[in-house]
Design a protein around this ligand. Structure first.
Ligand SMILES: C[S@@+](CC[C@H](N)C(=O)[O-])C[C@H]1O[C@@H](n2cnc3c(N)ncnc32)[C@H](O)[C@@H]1O
Length: 309
C-alpha cells in the first residue's frame, strides 16, 4: 500500500556530503541576496549572469579554501575575481581546450544546454533538475530558449539552495519555476504538482555524489508520472560504469572508489524494466583527474500508450 511516505531506496551515500553542501549553499544564499539588492540589476538576463558568475566563483573559493578560516564578503569578492581569470585546461571529446576557470564553467553550461536541447521533447511541459543546487542551470535553460510554457522544478536537499532558487526566480516573472525538497535516497515527487505529460529531467554532476543509487529514483518517477513520457539526461561520470573492463576508464573508476562516488547509475538504468536507454555519449568533457563527463539518456513511455519504450 502506498502510504505517501517516501521510502528509503536502499541507496548509500557518504553522510558528510549533506553538511558540506548546506555550508556552501548558506554562503551562496547570503551572496545572492546581497547581489540581488545591489544597484544596476535592472536587466534580468544581465543580472542573472552577473549573479551566476559571482556564485560560481564563490563556490570555487569556498570549496577550494584550504586555510579553514572564515571568508568575509570583501575577501570573497577579491578571491572570486582572481579565480574567474585563473587559467584552466580540460578536454572536450579528446580535444584539449586552454582557457580560464570562467571559461570552464561556461563550457559546462554549453555542453548541458546542447544535450538538453537535443533531447528536449517538442511538447515538453515540465523540466526537472535533480540535485540542482541553487538552480542556475534551470534559469540558464530558460534564458537559452527552454520551453516557454513548461513548469521548471529544481530539487535539492539543501534548504539554502532552495531558498536561493526562490529569490532568483523573482528576476524572471514569466518563468514558472519552483524548488522542491529532494533527496536521491528518498525520492519523493509529490511536491511536483500538476499532471505533466512530457517531462525532461536532467542531472548534472549530482548522482555522482550518491555512492549507490539503487532503483528507487526510477521507481518513484514512474509511480508519480505513470502517464507521462519521461526523457532523462544524466550528465555524470558514467562511462566507466558502462565499460567495467575497459582500462581507458580506469582513472574515473579509481576516482569514484576514492571519493565513494556513484558506481551503479548505468546498471540501474540498464536493468530497469520501464526505461529504455537512448544514448550514452562518452567523454564529453574531461579535466584529466578522473571525473569525466558523459551523457546517459533514457526514456520512459507510458505502458498504455502502445509505443515501444
Ligand atoms: C556538484 S553539486 C552540482 C549542483 C548542480 N547540479 C550544478 O550543476 O551546479 C552536487 C549537488 O548534488 C546535491 N546532492 C548531493 N547529494 C544529494 C542527495 N542525496 N539528494 C539530493 N541532492 C543531493 C548537492 O546538494 C549539490 O547541490
Amino acid at each position: 500500500m502506498d502510504t505517501g511516505v517516501p521510502r528509503p531506496t536502499g541507496g548509500k551515500q557518504n553522510p558528510q556530503i549533506a553538511a558540506k553542501y548546506e555550508g556552501i549553499y548558506g554562503v551562496l544564499l547570503a551572496r545572492a541576496v546581497a547581489i540581488l539588492r545591489s544597484p544596476g540589476m535592472n536587466d534580468p538576463v544581465q543580472a542573472f549572469f552577473r549573479l551566476r558568475n559571482a556564485l560560481q566563483a564563490a563556490w570555487a573559493v569556498v570549496t577550494l579554501s584550504t586555510d579553514g578560516a572564515a571568508i568575509d564578503e570583501a575577501d570573497l569578492d577579491r578571491r572570486s575575481a582572481a579565480f574567474e581569470q585563473g587559467p584552466y585546461a580540460w578536454s572536450e571529446r579528446g580535444q584539449r581546450v586552454e582557457s580560464t576557470n570562467l571559461g570552464f564553467a561556461e563550457a559546462r553550461s554549453r555542453i548541458l544546454l546542447a544535450v538538453t536541447h537535443a533531447y528536449m521533447p517538442a511538447d515538453c511541459d515540465a523540466v526537472l533538475d535533480l540535485g540542482c543546487g541553487w538552480g542556475h542551470r534551470l534559469f540558464e535553460l530558460w534564458v537559452n530558449g527552454g520551453p516557454r510554457d513548461a513548469a521548471y522544478w529544481g530539487g535539492d536537499r539543501a534548504p539554502a539552495a532552495l531558498e536561493t532558487i526562490r529569490r532568483v526566480a523573482a528576476l524572471f516573472p514569466g518563468m514558472k519555476v519552483a524548488p522542491f525538497p529532494f533527496d536521491f535516497l528518498r525520492p519523493d515527487f509529490t511536491a511536483v504538482t500538476g499532471q505533466p505529460k512530457s517531462i525532461l529531467i536532467y542531472t548534472f554532476l549530482a548522482v555522482e555524489q550518491v555512492f549507490r543509487l539503487g532503483s528507487g529514483l526510477f521507481d518513484a518517477l514512474v509511480a508519480r508520472f505513470p502517464d507521462a513520457v519521461i526523457t532523462c539526461v544524466h550528465l555524470e561520470p558514467v562511462a566507466f560504469q558502462a565499460h567495467p573492463d575497459d582500462p581507458a576508464w580506469d582513472a574515473d573508476r579509481r576516482y569514484a572508489e576514492k571519493h565513494r562516488y556513484n558506481i551503479d547509475l548505468y546498471a540501474q538504468v540498464a536493468a530497469h524494466p520501464r526505461l529504455k536507454i537512448l544514448a550514452l555519449d562518452e567523454g564529453l568533457m574531461d579535466e584529466g583527474g578522473g571525473n569525466s563527463l558523459s551523457a546517459l539518456v533514457w526514456r520512459h513511455t507510458p505502458a498504455h500508450s502502445g509505443a515501444q519504450n
